[in-house]
Design a protein. Sequence first.
Length: 248
Amino acid sequence: MPRARPPRLVVTCEHGGNRVPARWRLVLAPARALLETHRGFDPGALELARRLARQLGAPLVAADVTRLLVDLNRHERNRGVFSSFTRALSRDEREQILARWHRPHRERARVAIAREIAKHRFVLHLAIHSFTPMLDGKQRNADLGLLYDPRRVAERAWTGALRDAFASAPAPLRVRFNYPYRGASDGLTRWLRTEFDPRSYAGIELEVNQALVGVRSWRRTQRDLVDAVAAALAPEVGRASTKHGRSR
């Protein structure tokens, strides 16, 4: 395992819901049909994030505002932080959105991680996302993606540990590194890497194929994912520790 002493886990979820704040309902009215799709949020991500945090006793920082208003996983200077529906808003309106939704979420994540580092010295941050199984007519051939920065030793080690744990699950899942996106690209974890020393912080995005979400086996898949993360964090007690606390 990467470290003899288990790290402190912190869980975040940036695209947990498709809620439209009342102030912006008229602006996003043309996007109504998209709110229920992967463009509006990450189906299954918040459910899994909550289960991980609850059963592993980890702090959770989650948001449920639709990414069509503002993308909390993008830097505010990234053009993609606003969707095609909000990009044309005035500078003052965009600033209001950033001040109300974007910056507070990222600051809550930063504070939660800093607090745990102060107490436990090392934090493994899992940012939970999901991806559409088909994009631009191309099938995505993985069940899970682990996004990380390969230049950071701890992140390489922890992605390997997580991959091995997922491979040992009762129903093994196809895992790919830096898929379907690159872990060093713009995202919350990339920003947090500039805030924390690599000796105290490892940030990994866990991407779940949405084909696994909402089907009869989804609850079992969540259970297996939680058990696998627990096993990676503390292999000698991981599975035993979740058997008593898991929800059916």
